[in-house]
Design a protein around this ligand. Sequence first.
Ligand SMILES: Cc1ncc(COP(=O)(O)O)c(C=O)c1O
Length: 398
Amino acid sequence: MPGPGAFWVGEEEKKAIAEVLDSQYLFRFGDVNNPKFLQKTAELEREVEKQFHCGYALATTSGTASLLSSLFAIGIKPGDEVIVPAYTYLATYTAVIFLGGVPVLTEVDDSLTIDPEEIKKKITPKTKAILPVHMLGNPANMDAILDIAKEHGLKVVEDSCQAVGATYRGKNAGTIGDVGAMSLNFFKTITTGEGGMVVTNNAEYYERAFEFHHQGTPSEREGTKNLGIIGINFRSNEVTAAFALAQLAKLPALVTRLHYVKDKFKGYLSQIPGLKFRTLNDERGESAAVCVVELDSAEETKKIGALLGTGPIQESGWHVYSNMDHINAFLKEHGQPYGYGAYPRTDDLMSRTIALSVGVVDAGLGAGFGVNVLSTDEEIEAVARQFEEAYRKVKNEQ
Ligand SMILES: Cc1ncc(COP(=O)(O)O)c(C=O)c1O
């Protein structure tokens, strides 16, 4: 099951793709003097810069590609430590590892994003950057993170893959730190099936990210003489970019719809005595992709989840460090805490929270139960009542 943008795929996307197919220009570079070359990738990048109020945007093949390009852009090298949350999708860790860096895991707080106080304890002479992740559409506590980064001379790369369309204190998530990575995969706010964006306000970081994503080449076809870096191919293409432009045009309305659905859903859930919600660092700024409820014990969370065909966030394997055996093996090898129990506060929160879908319907994220952007008001109320029934049943059994 997909993210909100996928529910809204329609004629606009079909038309956008058909135009590119008719043009027969599929590569992002081409003869700009030929009117048949529509330059959709470049148009997408300019549109993202406009819509997200940032200096530079770069289209890539995925969120993972964007993270790697962003970390390369700020100069992450073998042996560098990057501070990351213990709750995130595994690509946050693999991006650091692929550049030879070491992800230094850190507890999350009850916003389910990295705890700034814990970041301070993780800084060593090898630390080069902080990589906050705006998990489940909720921006991390960026003010506190930027203060720590400034004090210690660290760079900040935002993993905004799950928070496209979110804002934090009026700024677009992804554009607040030095560089930001976004994902356009099937489960994200807007989608192209697979895809990504790098955003930054720093010209040098943009140039490094561009060269990295284009085989070390600073512009279309520079040749291979005097290239300064060894790059890779993370280039997007004209079909994907045209699709992305159609989705991007829908983003403001999608986020408005997500907030409408969430306000209604959470409104009903808030009537359940004793039910708590995770902390939101910017209540109106989050992308409202999910509604996270926090319960009193791991046992009751499991039971309520089972009645609804879902489970605690702990069971969303790709997103919880303790479930990632290969990453834990890497951490062990590099002298870092690893395995269940290494981050007890995160373990406890993961075992007592359920992500109810509002727009992202994804069992892999732990959000297999809930509503979506197409749900009617009646359906939203019915799903909230279904949750309430399961909650009361489990509470009464105790
Ligand atoms: C927090 C986070 N970071 C990175 C990624 C990687 O994005 P992609 O799947 O587009 O490579 C994802 C995607 O699920 C994610 O949720």
